[in-house]
Design a protein around this ligand. Sequence first.
Ligand code: AMP
Length: 394
Amino acid sequence: MSESILVINCGSSSLKFAVLSDEGQSILLEGIADRLGVGNSTVTFKKDGNKESIHLADGSHKSAVAEIKKWLSQRPTILDSLTGIGHRVVHGGETFSKSVLIDQSVIDGIAECANFAPLHSPAHIIGMNAAIELFPGIPQVAVFDTAFHQTLSQEQYLYPIPMELYRQHHFRKYGFHGTSYRYISRRLAELHPKSLEQGVLVAHLGNGASTCSIHKGKSSDTSMGITPLEGLMMGTRCGSLDPSLLTFIAQAQGISSEEALDILNQKSGLLGISELSNDCRTLEEAMALGNKQAKLALDMFAIRTAKYLVSTATTLNSIDHLVFTGGIGENSSYIRAAICQQLKAFNIHIDSDKNSLRGATMSIESKKSQTKVWIIPTNEELMIALDTINLIRQ
Ligand code: AMP
């Protein structure tokens, strides 16, 4: 069997994993451990169309990694083919502008910016330490969601607040979904080599959603900020709003600012407006049955995405390509159409027949559009596997 890479994505209460071989092109195994630390945790393995779920008595991230090791030990050909482990890391602060081989100084560096991702960073570190202990001798690599946006200029990444706050505390825009944007930029260059010299605008629309402008393969602006809360309306996040609202909500509800922030992160967005669900597909089904709040939520999502696309595009010389990716961007023809409807002043138009197709990489602009409009499924696991392969070969 060719070399394979284990990709680990540790969230606050879940751990997704995959084993990729053939330079990341084949998926040997996929799975998820969920409800970690919450109770009744399980780990599910998917291989060759078969699914197997195992109850985790101790629902910790470490026991999830141990269960993966145990499962692989029963399939020695896969275990023996493992040459590296790649970890997705949400926040690398200003310390990490590219993927790195993990050693103690890297773990310390991730811990130093943990205040910006307090739910994720501790989980990443537990996952890394568990993997180092359980897979001794296998090199491990950290791949950061923020790294791709370290090319933003100071004018773009600074917030207009006292400079002292940036100097002392590193309060600035970092941006996220960087691994997805890097993949999209690379994939678009395969599909349309000239795109490397052109202006590329990407909407990564999933439960979390952001926009990014890319010039010569580098991020020049993005909508998310110091945390993923800034920018677009999302599944449960409000996106950008007047910061005074935080205090108003806390005072009006008699709650702390942390609790008010929880409302903005977890009870807002599509869920807050629809009062039904954070899930785009559920809302589209409800809209089809006449639910007006579901339609309002979806239309607000599209309108706000269009506004951010235009704002993000101000760093480009021209908008030559607009790419939709992420669960919503790849699958929702309603949202894509509603966004492009808002962009007609920018000569962006789609062909409704092409837009109604789903599940493939394709361009969907109409003849009169000055911008090529693409649907490109993202593949963050592939990027993590490729970075891991490159670093361990160096
Ligand atoms: P992600 O976070 O990238 O996994 O994307 C999750 C989002 O994609 C959820 O809001 C889903 O409802 C949405 N989604 C997935 N498939 C579809 C579909 N066929 N139509 C509309 N939305 C979809």
